[in-house]
Design a protein around this ligand. Structure first.
Ligand SMILES: Nc1ncnc2c1ncn2[C@@H]1O[C@H](COP(=O)(O)OP(=O)(O)OP(=O)(O)O)[C@@H](O)[C@H]1O
Ligand SMILES: [Mg+2]
Length: 465
């Protein structure tokens, strides 16, 4: 329940929205245009959520957004979360709205359910934001950006499972947002006040992993000098996120199944059964049902995990989310790097629309970070995101030049973004090694002097193509 301000120049629309939102228990006020909305928001108690039309005479939705998000214009200095109703997803508008800090866009035509859902989400996010602020935590409210069908579905699902302890299995290619969804499930749930623990099931040898998950007793193995609780004990009343669950060894799968079925487990080397109260969210970019077929993943565990399956489609299959994501990521990096970046050039927008995004949202994030770092002022150009079109990204001669160009910039006192540049270099080198070896991961790993596990991990992490 929140104080909601509905802004629309069509009396019928705002009246209708007021009725359905009041029915949900919100305290609703209405304004006929941006100027009136600003005046109302300046009087305490300020609205917590603003649902505004984009196109209005005078102060339109974007102008309203810009001013109302400014703490100085709001009593108490706590700007409301703003949802803009747009008739069409114009790239520029979407990018600008997200850049100006819109919480989300509600695309017309919408039905009552969609309007109620987006307001409920904005209200909940704002409440979490507020709670985190008073608790002195600075993690931003988790925000899953997008207005495509799958993302709308996702929001509904997260809401639905928030009052249950069902196991959730998140699947999708690398970089599609699986971890973000896992966090959103936790923070939307009744366990939000409890701990959220993440473990990468593929990163450790089975025996170590089991000791991490279930803990061990003193003397269980050399070096076990005292009892140590595992993650299932530490995550009591909270959530465990089992990342890369497709990489679990068979023997660990059995133990996980037991804990899911009965809440019981044995610490490594222990004899006494322990119980736990933990919700499990698992994720994988592997095809678990194919692994079940192949006999490398237990069927019973699969069904236990996939009580609520959530599949995240690759970015190339939901291109309408690209402008919203791009705008959101742009503002995040611009703030972080303190850049006065405007938006994207037409060319950059076309290039983003056309790109296949093998590394999905993580790749978009990396490229935009790079673009922001390379753009001190004005709009980000296509070449700052994707490099010069004439250049082949894998030509070996490019690598020393890239480093050289950076050296020059540093010597001139121009800022660079080290993390992004190093990631780019890593991506180029790995991609070159894979190309050289005809995508043979083992050989490529040898060429680079890293392990097979590392190269797989990096390919996923960096969105190598
Ligand atoms: N819908 C979204 N809205 C905003 N940011 C997103 C969204 N989806 C993903 N991201 C961002 O993209 C990046 C990658 O997401 P995440 O780490 O959750 O992906 P993943 O599926 O777990 O990838 P991997 O399989 O490589 O581990 C993160 O920085 C995340 O915050
Ligand atoms: Mg992940």
């Amino acid at each position: 329940m929140a104080r909601v301000l509905v802004v629309d120049d069509e009396p019928g629309v705002r009246a209708m929205l007021a009725v359905i939102l009041r029915r949900d228990g919100h305290e609703v006020s209405i304004a006929g245009d941006g100027a009136e909305a600003l005046a109302m928001a300046a009087r305490p108690p300020a609205p917590e959520v603003v649902l505004s039309d984009l196109r209005m005479a005078g102060v339109d939705g974007l102008a309203l957004l810009e001013r109302i998000r400014h703490p100085a214009n709001i009593p108490g200095g706590e700007p409301p979360f703003v949802v803009l109703m747009t008739a069409f997803a114009e790239w520029d508008t979407a990018v600008r709205a997200m850049r100006l800090g819109a919480y989300d866009l509600l695309r017309k035509p919408f039905d009552n359910q969609q309007a109620r859902a987006v307001v409920a989400r904005a209200a909940a996010a704002r409440e979490r934001h507020q709670a985190a602020r008073t608790a002195g935590e600075h993690h931003a409210a988790i925000q899953i950006i997008g207005s495509s069908k799958p993302v709308q579905e996702l929001h509904r699902l997260i809401e639905q499972v928030s009052t249950t302890d069902s196991t959730v299995l998140v699947t999708g290619e690398s970089g599609t947002g699986k971890e973000l969804v896992a966090r959103a499930v936790h923070y939307a749930s009744l366990r939000a006040e409890g701990p959220m623990m993440r473990i990468n099931s593929g990163a450790l040898a089975p025996s170590l992993l089991e000791s991490e998950l279930f803990g061990h007793v003193k003397g269980a193995f050399t070096g076990a000098i005292e009892d140590r609780p595992g993650l299932f004990a530490l995550a009591d009343k909270g959530t465990i996120f089992l990342d890369e669950v497709g990489d679990l060894a068979m023997e660990t799968q059995v133990k996980l199944l037991r804990i899911l079925e009965s809440g019981e487990y044995l610490p490594v080397g222990g004899r006494e059964v322990r119980t736990c109260d933990v919700r499990v969210v698992a994720a994988t970019n592997r095809d678990l049902s194919a692994m079940v077929q192949a006999g490398t993943f237990r069927e019973d565990l699969f069904y236990r995990l996939a009580v609520i399956p959530v599949h995240l489609p690759p970015l190339r299959e939901r291109r309408e989310d690209i402008p919203l994501l791009a705008g959101h990521l742009l503002s995040r990096h611009a703030v972080k790097l303190r850049r006065g970046v405007g938006g994207f050039t037409r060319e950059a927008i076309d290039a983003m629309q056309a790109h296949p995004w093998p590394g999905n949202i993580r790749e978009l994030d990396n490229r935009i970070q790079r673009g922001v770092a390379l753009t001190p002022l004005g709009d980000i150009a296509a070449k700052s995101l994707f490099g010069e079109p004439a250049q082949t990204r894998t030509s070996s001669s490019m690598i020393p030049t890239a480093g050289g160009a950076l050296m020059v910039r540093i010597s001139k006192g121009e800022p660079i973004n080290l993390d992004a540049e190093v990631a780019n270099l890593e991506r180029d080198l790995i991609s070159a090694a894979l190309k050289k070896t005809g995508d043979n991961y083992t050989e490529a790993a040898n060429l680079l002097g890293i392990s097979l596990r590392q190269i797989r991990y990096k390919v996923r992490q960096l969105g190598v193509r």
